[in-house]
Design a protein around this ligand. Sequence first.
Ligand code: ZN
Length: 139
Amino acid sequence: MRESVASLDGTETGGLVLGSTEFERIEIRHAGGPGPRARRTASTFDRDLNHAQLIAADAWERDRSQWIGEWHTHPHGPLAPSGRDITSYQAHLRDPDLGFQQFVCLIVGAPRDGTTPLTAWIVRPSSIQPATLVLDEEE
Ligand SMILES: [Zn+2]
């Protein structure tokens, strides 16, 4: 999550989360950067969809990882998806070309005293739930 340091300038940043989903088990294997055309402000982060699709194709080639969600920072705000975040995830869920059943959302807070807070959420067409992250030290 080195990319989140970019949000020290006070604007949001983020990128793709890639891995696999099998029933309730979601495995996150890679996280991408924001892409050259992402637009960042203090409270919004507009994804660079082209960049996203390139990274997703790459991850699939590498280890069959799929685009399962995204991470972004909330340098100032609560560590929960905003109304605008949810609207954009639900648009992804409705897009038949993307084929999402659910969308993983990781929110990174401002680093403080050498630690960085991180929350995880699972967005489905009619619900949004907090999720628990388990770090696998083996990998
Ligand atoms: Zn947000």
